[in-house]
Design a binder for this molecule. Structure first.
Ligand SMILES: Nc1ncnc2c1ncn2[C@@H]1O[C@H](COP(=O)(O)OP(=O)(O)O)[C@@H](O)[C@H]1O
Ligand SMILES: [Mg+2]
Length: 241
């Protein structure tokens, strides 16, 4: 379980996340949605301990992050929104490179299953720079999850990918959830959110404004829209429910 207690984030003069508290239960699959700039990526970075909160605190299994940062980092796999790959390396070389950098031993059965489900064996010998966006995203996902993490944080893992690649990614994330892992992923696509989430986290105006099931979100929809009347973006998001 991860808890965020009165957490907020500011970069210099810019407030990015207003104070909020929430709990992430082990084994849950949480779809994160919200307008651009609402603070979703920053939220994931705080959980990944890539950023520190300006105020408030996070805890992992009841222990303050500060005291268990090593355990937190080894439990968490983080897949960034921006693709961070070496274009000149082939997919196989890329995986081998990142595998070597992992502090803990990579589970080969897990890696094999991931490569298979994402169908990366088809492009193993191709330089990453020559692949289409969808394939690059799949490689990015693969190297981000190499350590077989129990908590997977995914920042728009399907952004800009074709439908076939999207289905492969959804299939793999579903499998991870079935393995009992905790999943948090940001997406703008209800189709995929519905396939994967058992809970939604909606961000608006620098904080999470809703956490719960789709039924609960539908029930609160009008109330949410009324409290953010100027949020055209939010209306655009919630109209699909
Ligand atoms: N390192 C940073 N320094 C300054 N501002 C930042 C930084 N990272 C994000 N921001 C700002 O914080 C706000 C929220 O960003 P982000 O968390 O990326 O939102 P989202 O993922 O919901 O689109 C944006 O206005 C963004 O410009
Ligand atoms: Mg973002």
């Amino acid at each position: 379980m991860i808890q965020l207690d009165n957490v907020s984030k500011r970069y210099r003069r810019k407030q990015v996340l207003d104070p909020f508290s929430l709990t992430i239960q082990e084994g849950s699959s949480i779809g994160i949605i919200g307008p651009n700039g609402a603070g979703k990526s920053t939220f994931l970075k705080l959980i990944a301990s890539l950023e520190k909160p300006s105020k408030g605190a996070l805890s992992y299994e009841g222990q303050p992050y500060k005291q268990v940062v090593k355990r937190v980092r080894s439990a968490i796999g983080y897949v960034p929104q921006d693709i961070a790959l070496y274009e000149e390396l082939t997919v196989g070389q890329q995986i081998a490179f990142w595998k070597k950098l992992e502090k803990t031993k990579v589970d080969d059965d897990f890696l094999k299953r991931m490569v298979e489900t994402l169908r990366l064996d088809e492009v193993m010998d191709q330089p990453v720079g020559q692949l289409s966006g969808g394939w690059k995203r799949k490689v990015n996902l693969c190297v981000g999850l190499l350590k077989n993490p129990s908590i997977c944080l995914l920042d728009e893992p399907t952004a800009g990918v074709d439908l076939a690649a999207k289905e492969d990614i959804i299939a793999w994330l579903k499998e991870l959830h079935q393995q009992g892992k905790t999943l948090l992923y940001i997406s703008h696509d209800w189709y995929e959110l519905r396939k994967l989430s058992d809970e939604y986290l909606l961000f608006a105006e620098k904080r999470p404004v809703f956490q719960g099931t789709e039924t609960a979100l539908i029930r609160q929809k009008e109330e949410l829209l009324q409290s953010f009347d100027e949020q055209k973006d939010l209306r655009r998001i919630l109209q699909h429910l």
